[in-house]
Design a protein around this ligand. Structure first.
Ligand code: GDP
Ligand code: MG
Ligand code: ZN
Length: 276
């Protein structure tokens, strides 16, 4: 007899209709019984009955983002523009902290290097080298082949400002997608909102969330967690509890002064712990 209980993943939610992907098929499902009232999200792994097309059980989540609402993300692709919207190490560091806190592997994807002037480009590349040295994966958006390899078999969420080039990038990954891309408004370097609903799109053998641009993301973490997210601060300081704020022999501050730690990293850290 064919098993009617199968494991799948919610890839879209539209009112009370849940699209659940099982292997390569999709099933339109509803929620009934004891799961009523449980907030399900895109990315949830669920057991469905393939007879009645109802969701019967939800598996524990490995992580969950609130805005956009999505769960079980393997990799956060941080799409960062280097020119309109202006290159922002603050945004980059904020997303890196976010992925650290939520136990999601970050992958930095740089866009618009082609429209940077020489000076800008040199500065951006110098900065990115630093991130690479700390162990982060950094790709330029034209490195399609390498990025595809990075996506294989993963649930990938895209983070980045509106206008950063997320949809353009996905269209390059899969030419049949034809996602709408927006022109960038020059006001404050922000673009128009062109991507709204969060859903997981099967691309090759990955599931990708083309999320709305979000730049005002809030981080739900303690100062200590934020400090730990700055991986290069993680060595014995004068005191093990040092928050690297006071210049009283703090090794981190010393290293910032020597140019070993990127100043913007340190400044962004201070900004992030003050912000709360
Ligand atoms: N020159 C240049 N333009 C880009 C690049 N990536 C995206 N764009 C343009 O930037 C605008 C916003 O891109 P879009 O993909 O809609 O950004 P999204 O809001 O992050 O999805 C569009 O006009 C794209 O054509 C890039 O690498 N270089
Ligand atoms: Mg878009
Ligand atoms: Zn310190």
């Amino acid at each position: 007899m064919k098993a009617s209980r199968v494991l799948g993943k919610i890839i879209n939610i539209n009112k009370d209709l849940y699209t659940v992907m099982v292997n390569d098929s999709v099933f339109p499902c509803y929620v009934r019984g004891k799961l009523r009232g449980v907030k399900l999200t895109v990315g949830d792994d669920v057991i469905i009955s393939s007879d009645t097309l109802t969701i019967e059980e939800v598996k524990p989540r490995k992580n969950s983002l609130v805005r956009p609402l999505i769960s079980n993300i393997d990799k956060l692709f941080i799409v960062i523009s280097t020119h309109i919207p202006e290159f922002s190490t603050y945004l980059l560091d904020k997303f890196l902290v976010l992925s650290y806190i939520n136990n999601i592997e970050p992958v930095i994807i740089v866009t618009k290097l082609d429209i940077c002037d020489k000076l800008e480009k040199r500065e951006v590349i110098r900065c990115l080298k630093y991130y690479k040295k700390q162990g982060y994966k950094v790709f330029i958006n034209k490195d399609i082949r390498k990025i595809k390899r990075e996506m294989r078999g993963c649930v990938v969420a895209l983070a980045g400002q509106t206008g950063a080039g997320k949809s353009t990038f996905l269209n390059r990954i899969d030419k049949s997608l034809n996602l709408k891309t927006g022109e960038v408004s020059t006001h404050l370097g922000r673009g128009k909102h062109t991507t709204r609903m969060v859903s997981l799109i099967p691309i090759k053998d990955a599931l990708v969330a083309d999320t709305p641009g979000f730049s005002s993301l809030e981080i739900d973490a303690t100062n200590e967690e934020i400090r730990n997210a700055f991986v290069e601060f993680g060595f014995k300081c004068k005191y093990s509890t040092c928050t690297h704020v006071k210049d009283d022999g703090c090794f981190v501050i010393e290293r910032v002064k020597k140019g070993v730690i990127l100043r913007s990293r340190y400044e962004n850290y201070l900004k992030l712990i003050k912000e709360r």
